[in-house]
Design a protein around this ligand. Sequence first.
Ligand SMILES: Cc1cc2nc3c(=O)[nH]c(=O)nc-3n(C[C@H](O)[C@H](O)[C@H](O)COP(=O)(O)O)c2cc1C
Length: 217
Amino acid sequence: MDLLKAINERKSQRAFKPDPVPKERIEEILKLAIHAPSAINLQPWEFIVVTGEEKERLSRRLIKAYKEKQIACSPGNVKPLPKTYAKRGAKTLELMKPFFEEMSLDVNQYINEGSCNFYGAPVAILFCLDDSFPNARLVDIGIALGYLVLAAHEFGLATCPIGLILAYEEEIKDLLNIPENKNVAIGVALGYPDPEVPINRFKSQRDDCSKFVRWIE
Ligand SMILES: Cc1cc2nc3c(=O)[nH]c(=O)nc-3n(C[C@H](O)[C@H](O)[C@H](O)COP(=O)(O)O)c2cc1C
């Protein structure tokens, strides 16, 4: 039952307290994340956990890169996005708007710079994938990400997956000495949520399940 509760309650949070997360707790969460299934049990994920002053350095570098290149959060589609999907994204931003108005902040600035700063979380986790794997192995990484965010929630910790940083992968690899043959697949902000910040009251909606399903019986 705890699992169902965690699935229902979990949400991405976009404001964190600066309080550090004990290393043992981060390890516990990663140990749960690697229970994820993977093709042929290859366990293709590699995690880079960045904390303390190193995390601040990473944020500074990413914010600088964002200010220079201005690559913002986007679905990163390779063809024009069908209306259904575009509408969902727009609706989510629309529903977020009142919270940013309450904070007297611009949505795009908060999301883009916030993502580069892991929203002030004390822990940034980068999921890496060896470049010998095909894109299909990103599915395995995604499942581990799903396990990780749920495990973190169970411990009262908040998360936000951060895909924007992939636009600045070169900068990340350079700063953290990540070998050329390792690709950064996704980042995650991890820490204690700051309940005082209005945007953390936001919970995204889902379309009705019937919209996603075609039954063949
Ligand atoms: C692969 C992936 C990349 C994401 N990248 C970002 C990001 O760069 N910045 C951000 O604020 N949220 C990011 N998110 C969080 C999504 O916006 C969020 O999951 C979505 O709006 C649904 O909300 P929920 O997580 O609260 O259920 C990302 C989520 C995923 C799964």
